[in-house]
Structure formats: C-alpha cells, structure tokens
Design a protein. Structure first.
Length: 278
C-alpha cells in the first residue's frame, strides 16, 4: 500500500519553515554575517576562535602538542565561539571563515595576518610551520595526508549523518539511522583493520592524521559520542580502542580537550596562557 505520509519533494525547494532538530535555530541556506561584531585579539600571534567540538579539539590538541615539544611560537589565545548563539555569523568571524564554521584561526606571526579555515588546513599549516607531526617528503608524508583527508571525507557521515539522525533530529527515522550506522561501522572497521599492525594510523610515528581522527573516532569508541556506544557495538573494534587509549593518555591531548570546552568541571572556556590549564 502507498504511504500517504511520505514526503513528496517539490520541483523547487524553498526555505519556508524551520528544519527541526537541535540546531534548527542556526541552520539557514544562505552565507554571510547576520550582525556586526569584531573578534577579540589577544597577545599571542596565534588566535583561535573555536568550540570544543571534534573539529575544534583537533587544533587545540595540535597546539598543546607543539608547546609540549618546546615550540614557544605555538603559544595561542583561544576564544570561545558559541555556535548555539550564532557567534559564527558575526562579521568578524565571517571575515576569517566565510563558511561560518568553527574553528577559525588567525596567524599574525608573519608580515601580514594569515587567515586559516578548515581544521585540516590548520593542522598542515602548524605542522609545516613548526616542523612537527608531518613528514617533509616521501611515502611517509603521503600516508599521513591519505589519512588526514580520509578523516575529512568520512567524519560528515558520522556527525552530520549518523549523529544528526540518531541524536539530534526531531524524530527517529529508521532508514537514515540504519544507513548511516552501517557507514560508521564500515569506517570503524577500516580503522580497526589498519591499526591491527600499526601503533599509529600512518605508521610508527604520531602525526596530524592521529590528531585529526582521534576527536571523532576515538571519542566514538570511548563511548562519548551521541551515547551510541552500545548501539554501534564499539567494543568490537579492539585495535581502535587500544589506539584511542594510547592517544587519550597523552598530556597534551588531555590539555587540548579542555580548551574551549563550554561546560564541565575541567572546562577552560578561554585559554590565554598555560596557566589557564594548570
């Protein structure tokens, strides 16, 4: 029998009603700023405008790892961007990231300020700037880049796909949850098979690929993403769990996960010096 409640798409989509779900108030089909507001600027050359989501945590982990290696030039100010309040649509933020997504970064260490948006671009920029966590040439560099871009292409299925329909959509619909759960489990299996013979995802050395993947998939197997650990049977991915535990124990990772965290006993909403985390 035909489903009388099935959605029939119009010939031309129009924005005439709220999309529903947790982030409905900030979803819109147009770009650009909604209000005038300049971004604050601290004392350090590196200015990060972010939130403690997986994409934001990538960058704070990277900066804390660089500081742990003794790179004083990686000192940074981290300013909280409240996406629920629409901070990402301010004129100042849009000047740094026209895509209005966190994180956004300004590097003022050179002769002219350099804006950087997209978390992978930030990781590559910082790795090359300080000569750390990214091989300079050859197959080792290519392997790190392979996995960095794997994460960038895969995580939208985890966050915008599975996470949205499993945790944030106004109703539970079987088809999209099943579709994206299948894909996320396939991705976890990719990682699990790859990590069976490796300490880190690109080989023996910790790299920006691990830094990029951990906040998404490490958090998932740790049970902290969308309260979905049991549903996805994450205990099956033993190699990913081992890898995630090793990374989670790194002091710089522990510190980086606290920066721009909006709530919790260990939250550091803004970070302007190492003392903020001590």
């Amino acid at each position: 029998m035909p489903n009388d409640t099935a959605y029939v798409p119009p010939k031309v989509w129009t924005w005439d009603q709220a999309s529903g779900g947790r982030f409905a108030s900030i979803n819109r089909p147009i770009a650009g700023s909604t209000h005038d507001k300049e971004l604050p600027i601290g004392e350090h050359p590196i200015q990060l405008y972010s939130l403690g989501t997986p994409n934001g945590v990538k960058v704070t982990i990277m900066l804390e790892e660089l500081l742990a290696l003794g790179h004083a030039g990686a000192e940074y100010d981290a300013w909280l961007i409240n996406i629920g309040e629409g901070d990402q649509f301010s004129s100042g933020f849009v000047e740094v990231n026209p895509n209005s997504k966190i994180p956004a970064l300004m590097d003022r260490s050179g002769p002219e300020p350099l804006r950087i948006f997209e978390s992978a671009s930030m990781l590559v920029h910082l790795a090359e700037k300080f000569g750390a966590f990214l091989p300079t040439s050859g197959t080792a560099r290519t392997e790190v880049m392979n996995w960095l871009f794997w994460q960038m292409g895969s995580a939208p299925y985890l966050g915008g796909g599975f996470g949205h329909f499993y945790a944030y959509a106004p109703e539970k619909w079987e088809y999209p949850i099943n579709r994206f759960a299948m894909e996320v489990k396939r991705q976890l299996d990719v990682l699990d098979r790859e990590l069976a013979g490796k300490k880190f995802i690109a080989g023996d050395d910790y790299s920006i690929a691990d830094i990029a993947i951990y906040p998404w998939y490490g958090r998932l197997v740790e049970g902290g993403a969308y309260d979905s650990g049991e549903f996805l049977a994450v205990h099956e991915y033993e190699n990913v769990i081992r890898w995630a535990k090793d990374i989670a124990a790194r002091p710089a990772v522990i510190r980086g996960k606290r920066v721009n965290k909006p709530s919790g006993d260990d939250a550091v909403k803004e970070r302007h010096s190492a003392a903020d985390l001590d």
